[in-house]
Design a protein around this ligand. Structure first.
Ligand SMILES: Cc1cc2nc3c(=O)[nH]c(=O)nc-3n(C[C@H](O)[C@H](O)[C@H](O)COP(=O)(O)OP(=O)(O)OC[C@H]3O[C@@H](n4cnc5c(N)ncnc54)[C@H](O)[C@@H]3O)c2cc1C
Length: 360
């Protein structure tokens, strides 16, 4: 039987962030996942605050660097919000996941591919994981970083929540009349937005809704948006839920701790999830390295509180789009992109905006 200090299930952004820190501190870490970074539906937009959290540069992966955000109340004309400095880089998510896993492996983490997890058992001394191939692994702790449809959560009988939803596709640049900047078309779908993310040789297009069930996020809806917006249908279409349930969720069950979308760490307003995944992966590693797994919950508390407020803001924002988009196109949007270009979170930007408007 294989014995490890920590088994991490999932080689996405949360799993690799946790594995990097644990391995760098000398822990024997096994990352078990279905793939080493292929096929996770994601638009690959990585904000500056996330870049600041990585333990390494992801500069080789940047396909575009963004300093201007275009926003519209679709189908009305978009407005440009220009930041004083870049605030986001556009990556291909499969490349990003492979790269981050490779960085963790360079620190000493070991990766094994599995078709899936069959069972997870724990006692006072450790955790036993059995894969669908029948292989068994024993570890002191398990980090469940297996995404919004977490199998580990399911096996442990944890409540399954319904979060946000998104669907994405690609359009080749050669098929476009105009190569757009980073664009959010609010109202392209009820309770959400359509996006255009430039990636050099293609653009990533998609639809996001902040709460499950508000509108269909299927191929038909995405085709319709793309035809109306760009006159072309996308290819490579796939959809996936996002975990936005951190405000309600348990983060730990005994020796098993949840990180990333498995813990519900994505924010609900725009559906940015890579930051919460990297943050929670690093914080779970910190708690385990300190020998105090129960402190993980405390260290994520600030992020949890921010996500509660972002959910309240999302209900207001998407409930009142004819009012909120014009506000976003004004001082709110300028403060947002300015804050993003300083590496701030949404909550930090909002506090600055409040300060600015109360002085005005
Ligand atoms: C269409 C779409 C677009 C998005 N665009 C953006 C964006 O531009 N920017 C942004 O910040 N966020 C975006 N998000 C959100 C972001 O993708 C997620 O929040 C983020 O991927 C969560 O990372 P994670 O590591 O927690 O989980 P995941 O990235 O889902 O990784 C889970 C890992 O677990 C593995 N796994 C799953 N099940 C099993 C199993 N049973 N056994 C073994 N391994 C398993 C998978 O192979 C994978 O390695 C988007 C989401 C969607 C759906």
């Amino acid at each position: 039987m294989n014995t490890w200090d920590v088994v991490v299930v999932g080689a996405g952004q949360a799993g690799s962030a946790a594995a990097w820190d644990l391995a760098a501190a000398g822990q024997r870490v096994l990352v078990l996942a279905r793939t080493a970074g292929a096929g996770k539906p994601c638009a690959g937009g990585v904000t500056l605050k996330t870049l600041n959290r990585y333990r390494f540069s992801i500069a080789p992966l940047a396909r575009e660097t963004v300093d201007t955000l275009y926003v519209s109340r679709f189908p009305h004309q978009e407005s440009a919000l220009k930041a004083p400095a870049p605030f986001c880089v556009m990556t291909e998510r499969s490349e990003l996941d492979r790269y981050c896993l490779d960085q963790a492996r360079e620190q000493g983490a070991v990766f094994e591919q599995t078709r899936g997890i069959e069972s997870v058992r724990q006692d006072e001394n450790g955790v036993m994981v059995t894969t669908r191939e029948g292989k068994q692994y024993r570890a002191g702790y398990l980090v469940a970083a297996d995404g919004a449809n977490s199998k580990v959560r399911h096996l442990l009988g944890e409540t399954s929540w319904k979060g946000a939803m998104a669907i994405e596709g690609h359009i080749d640049r050669a098929d476009l009349k105009h190569y757009p900047g980073m664009t959010l078309d609010f109202q392209a779908i009820k309770g959400g937005y359509g996006w255009l993310f430039p990636k050099g040789d293609h653009i990533n297009v998609g639809l996001y809704i902040w709460k499950h069930g508000l509108a269909p996020t299927d191929r038909k809806a995405l085709d319709q948006y793309c035809l109306q917006r760009l006159g072309v249908k996308p290819h490579k279409v796939s959809g996936f839920p996002l975990g936005t349930w951190l405000p309600q969720a348990r983060l730990q069950q005994g020796r098993i701790l949840f990180a990333g979308d498995a813990a519900g760490c994505s924010e609900a307003l725009l559906g940015e999830g890579i930051y919460g995944a990297v943050l929670s992966g690093q914080l779970v590693a910190e708690a385990l390295l300190a020998g105090k797994p129960e402190k993980y919950r405390d260290s994520l508390q600030d992020w949890r509180e921010e996500l509660v407020k972002v959910k309240q803001l999302s209900a207001l924002f998407y409930g009142l789009l004819p009012v909120s988009v014009p506000i976003l196109k004004g001082t709110l949007g300028e403060t947002l992109v300015d804050g993003f270009s300083r590496g701030y979170t949404l909550g930090q930007c909002k506090r600055r905006w409040r300060g600015a408007t109360s002085l005005a």
